[in-house]
Ligand binder design. Sequence first.
Ligand SMILES: NC(=O)c1ccc[n+]([C@@H]2O[C@H](COP(=O)([O-])OP(=O)(O)OC[C@H]3O[C@@H](n4cnc5c(N)ncnc54)[C@H](OP(=O)(O)O)[C@@H]3O)[C@@H](O)[C@H]2O)c1
Length: 304
Amino acid sequence: MTTTTKTILVTGATSGLGRHMALHLAREGHHVFATGRNVERLRSLEAEALAMSVKLEAFAMDVTDDASVDAARDQIRARTAGHGLDVLINNAGFGLLGPTEAIGDAEMKRQFDTNVFGLMRVTRAFLPEMRDRRAGRVINVSSMGGRVTLPFFGVYNASKYAVESLSDALRIELGPFGVDVALVEPGMVKSDFAQHAVDSLVSYRTPDSPYAAVLASVERMNADAKRFIEIDTVWVSRAVARAVRARRPRARYVVSIHARLTLVAQRLLPTRWFDAILARSVGITRRALAGAAAAPPALAGAAE
Ligand SMILES: NC(=O)c1ccc[n+]([C@@H]2O[C@H](COP(=O)([O-])OP(=O)(O)OC[C@H]3O[C@@H](n4cnc5c(N)ncnc54)[C@H](OP(=O)(O)O)[C@@H]3O)[C@@H](O)[C@H]2O)c1
């Protein structure tokens, strides 16, 4: 890509990382299309952009809905006189938290529907113009959790591992068409993400759950983790902006020292040691789980 001002779509721009990166990129002079489902938040984002005199247009797009994605694609085609996007940033996502065996099929599907199928649906919609022009870029917001699995985050992590794998394949397949694919892998970042994840734990925190003793303290541990390792959204926006600007973007941008150290520890330590560290970090110990019920936990979201 040669022009410095690019047309960029950010999904999941109504809060957290997406909102910050949409405004950050618009401030850098790009023409940003910011999308999400919450219309009220989209209007407030647009108002903030207007007050900053930057070029940002916000409109609704649900990544899990074909018609909604097609409508957004048509709108962007019309707004760019058929040019389409220079850069697509797939950021929309959420994280389910709960004992892996207790998360039923319906909840697992909901997780993958947004984080994986949603990302692919949006990518497919915007690739044709990039491929035709032999120029474009897809930036997928994955996570450190796309390379390291944390206890009780197994289903979320699996969705991000899928994002990593799909991005690797797309990077190789689309390279000859002049389309770059990069991954951004943040550690823990200030946003609504963690609270939503903790909220999703409620249905698994039943007194008869075999994990009850441990789950009771996950919220407190999350609060501790937030205090010590959480970074500001600006660091993610800067990494994304680097991936947008770079003549040849890196395959992966790891964001935060904690994420880097965790990846190094995973590579260097024997698996047993690394598992033990992760288990202790959420309080999974034999003592904590002594006397746990033998029955399997009730499946949340089992009915479809
Ligand atoms: N915060 C962290 O610690 C962290 C760390 C690593 C990676 N990440 C990743 O960063 C991304 C953004 O998360 P965040 O921290 O900014 O969380 P957040 O504040 O909860 O924001 C999530 C965004 O995703 C959007 N979204 C969810 N489902 C959607 C759907 N079906 N269609 C369209 N938009 C949808 C939400 O918008 P609407 O509700 O308006 O649709 C919202 O704008 C996620 O992919 C997450 O996995 C976050």
